[in-house]
Design a protein around this ligand. Structure first.
Ligand code: CP
Ligand code: NVA
Length: 342
């Protein structure tokens, strides 16, 4: 049976039961490390084919107002591993948004389900959902934050280097997006060095930078914003990038973003500028070739065969993107287990 985390004296150290998981700013370093520890245990259990249906009989609702492969599959298959049933509510086919408010949806779903996941637009929507729900609400990505992604990312980094404190992670690209923001937060929380390589127009929000710098004072982390990609990536342990235009942003933005962000592409010259044993991460999906509909469209319009990362880096021995994608499942299971367990 799954045990609560206990100290040597037998008192409980971290208790996340009933908590929402909306952004990592709401969690202490100890709580985040605890979730990573639980995810590691769940990963071992999965690999050893050990049954871990600790939430048998519970049910979860998964609201997706935007597309998803990894997050949806991690929640759905993770719920089944833990003994639960999951209901997927997609961008169409429910009353949400058209005839029913988020507050009413929350008040209905929490009478039928034990937990609710939400992927969609403004952070205020998921915060509202949590406000009106009596069961835990998990953020599966909003315009501002992508907290479940972060747990998988730092788990992958720790698996590689055996530690997180002192590790330098450089994010190259649109550093104001959900992934850029969230990486800055998780690095500050866990005492890592966060470097952003971006044009100043796409630097993260000043208020969030200030908040993260305050957190760093406690944890020993650092934050650096840099416009020169070679300076930014020098001696980094981890290079990370994400798409240049995020879900929900208009297609017309591509033209400007390509102009702004092409100098920040993670290619072999950039990868070789980091430490020799540096790894490459990407939340995925990624435009590293033209074998997708949008990839083709961009190629036809702008002549680019690869965007935020070159195919060479994506397919190289530095790349840990599929280990990272797998860890989405183990970490999302940890979030569901720790917030829903009796
Ligand atoms: N990284 C991530 O969130 O992937 P999906 O959009 O496929 O869920
Ligand atoms: N910034 C990306 C992340 C996808 C996982 C987006 O929001 O589309």
């Amino acid at each position: 049976m799954y045990e609560h985390a206990t100290s040597k004296r037998g008192c409980r150290m971290v208790d996340l039961r009933g908590r929402d998981f909306l952004k990592l700013l709401d969690f202490t370093p100890k709580e985040i490390n605890h979730l990573l520890k639980v995810a590691t245990t769940l990963k071992k259990q999965k690999y050893n084919n050990e049954s871990h249906k600790y939430l048998k009989g519970k049910q979860v609702a998964l609201i997706f107002e935007k597309d998803s492969t990894r997050t949806r599959c991690a929640f759905e298959s993770g719920a089944v591993d833990l003994g639960m049933q999951a209901t997927y509510i997609g961008p169409t086919g429910s009353q949400l948004g058209k005839k029913e408010t988020i507050a009413d949806t929350a008040r209905v779903l929490c009478r039928m389900y034990d937990g609710i996941e939400y992927r969609g637009f403004d952070q205020t929507i998921v915060e509202d959902l949590a406000k009106y729900s009596s069961v835990p609400v998990w953020n599966g990505l909003t315009n501002e934050f992508h907290p479940t992604q972060m747990l998988a990312d730092v788990m992958t980094v720790r698996e590689e280097f055996g530690k997180l404190k002192g590790i330098t992670l450089c994010f190259c690209g649109d550093a104001r997006n959900n992934v850029g923001n969230s990486l800055m937060v998780v690095c500050s929380k866990l005492g890592m060095n966060f470097v952003c390589a971006a044009p100043s127009e796409l630097f993260p929000d000043e208020k969030l930078v200030k908040t993260c710098k305050e957190i760093c004072k406690e944890t020993g982390g650092t934050i650096k914003l840099e416009t020169d990609i070679m300076k930014a990536t020098k001696n980094a342990d981890v290079l990370y990038t994400d798409v240049w235009v995020s879900m929900g942003e208009p297609m017309e933005l591509w033209k400007d973003r390509i102009k702004l962000l092409l100098p920040y592409q993670v290619n072999m010259k950039v990868m070789n500028n980091a430490k020799p044993n540096a790894i490459f991460l990407h939340c995925l999906p990624s435009f590293h070739n033209i074998d997708t509909t949008i990839g083709k469209e961009i190629y036809e319009k702008y002549g680019l065969k690869e965007m935020e990362v070159s195919d060479e880096v994506f397919e190289s021995s530095h790349s840990r993107v599929f280990e990272e994608a797998e860890n989405r499942k183990h970490t999302i299971k940890a979030v569901m287990l720790e917030t829903l367990k009796p």
